[in-house]
Design a binder for this molecule. Sequence first.
Ligand SMILES: [Zn+2]
Length: 126
Amino acid sequence: MRLYTCCIDCRRDISFYENAKDRYALAIIRGQSFELICENCDKLSYYHVNQIRMDQNKAITLGILSLLIGCAMGLIYYFWPQLTRAPIVLVIWGLIGMLGVLFLIYQEITTKHKSQVVYFNRRIYR
Ligand SMILES: [Zn+2]
């Protein structure tokens, strides 16, 4: 997951990747306080795990979306000969159903990802 904090000198975001579901897991991996180097001002500073926040990973969302669109295109291409012969009403309902299922899959994955972000950011390390 993409984690970030604010540089104490220049206030720009410092981001890094770590596979931690919450700040306790992050503290186990990196320690309660750990050093990060700001890419903007090149300054090395220590940050406590409670200063770290999780960001929603847009790459994951975009990746899932493009994968689902790819699946939809593949299915349409594969069933094209049958689609051209089938009654138009059936084709339209089939497309609506397929888009509905793909939308539900997309929503399920992004909702799960959002709840992971909320869980990380709400849980304070004590
Ligand atoms: Zn900085």
